[in-house]
Design a protein around this ligand. Structure first.
Ligand SMILES: [Mn+2]
Length: 312
């Protein structure tokens, strides 16, 4: 039996669905965690898997080391990460390939399985890049596919929103179920677009986001600060919608974790902020335009002040 450990977003779910068969089980970490908790490791130990695939998941080094001691581990990914000894990697980015040629884990998996011409493989890429995929050289491939499959970009986008509604609403079980369902669906597009449960999720989330966008934020110079108290994992969506693509926006959610705050910053270059968060020992990550960090409640205010000092 093989375990597929995957990210909870569209790319993670689609990549896992492509790799899934009847000899697999799949699992996502607790949503929001980029590591495995003690009981999750125990569970993996008990099941005595022959092999573990880690898919589109930037798992922290110590979790990866722990599961590598339990079983053979193969990582399918497109994130930059530090290699762990004894783990096998299918990650062209680590071999120096360009992210425009490997925009998602699903595309990496598609190449591995020789199934690139697959809706799931493209969905992962659109999920990770959204509109920005249009300014990459990958877009030509996507356009060819959409034309052949008779699917519009808006429909692709809609599918992503529906798949992602599961993690945003915090339904880990449904995230996990989605993998086998997508892998077994006869018409994947139809299955996603007509999924009643996912559509209801989407409405709930959309209402919540609207509510947050309509509350007043705080402005310090050009920096917008928005605080929220929401039990859904929608902070990245809120931050993206608030960002005007030139100034900084800081979003803090007090309501998702019990003892920590989620902190998101969007700006033209926030790499130095990721570095800062990591120096504090926080679970943090991101890309050039976005930083996400999980900050202990009592350190949150101070960390925000530190960010402000850094960027204003
Ligand atoms: Mn991804």
């Amino acid at each position: 039996m093989r375990l597929i450990l995957h990210h909870w977003d569209t790319d993670g779910i689609c990549s896992a669905a492509m790799l899934f068969n009847k000899d697999c089980k799949n699992m996502t970490p607790k949503i929001g965690n980029y590591y495995l908790e003690e009981d999750e490791i125990e569970k993996i130990k008990e099941e005595k898997f022959d092999e573990i695939y880690v898919v589109d998941l930037a798992l922290n080094e110590s979790s990866l080391k722990e599961i590598a001691e339990i079983s053979k581990v193969k990582v399918f990914d497109h994130h930059v990460s530090k290699k762990v000894n004894g783990v096998e990697y299918v990650n062209p980015i680590l071999e120096g390939k360009d992210e425009e040629d490997y925009p998602s884990a699903s595309w990496v998996v598609g190449e591995f399985l020789n199934e690139k011409d697959n809706l799931l493989s493209f969905l992962g890429a659109v999920g990770d890049w959204e509109e920005r995929i249009k300014i990459t050289r990958f877009y030509e491939k996507l356009q060819d596919f959409m034309k052949k499959a008779n699917i519009t970009f808006e429909e692709m986008h809609e599918m992503i929103y529906l798949i992602d509604s599961n993690y945003k609403i915090g339904d880990k079980k449904e995230v996990e179920r989605a993998v086998s369902m997508l892998s077994e669906a006869e018409d994947v597009a139809e299955f996603i677009l007509n999924n009643e449960k996912w559509r209801r999720n989407r409405e709930t989330i959309e209402k919540e986001i609207e509510k947050i966008l309509n509350t007043e934020g705080k402005k310090i110079g050009n920096i917008l600060i928005k605080e929220m108290d929401c039990r859904y994992n929608i902070i990245s969506t809120v931050a993206r919608r608030l960002w005007n693509k030139k100034d900084y926006v800081i979003v803090v959610n007090h309501g998702y974790f019990e003892n920590e705050c989620q902190v998101y910053v969007r700006g033209n270059n926030v790499l130095h902020l990721i570095q800062k968060a990591l120096e504090h020992g926080y679970v943090a990550g991101g890309k050039k335009n976005v930083m996400g960090a999980i900050v202990p409640r009592e350190e949150c205010e101070e960390f925000i002040n530190e960010i402000l000092e850094e960027i204003k």
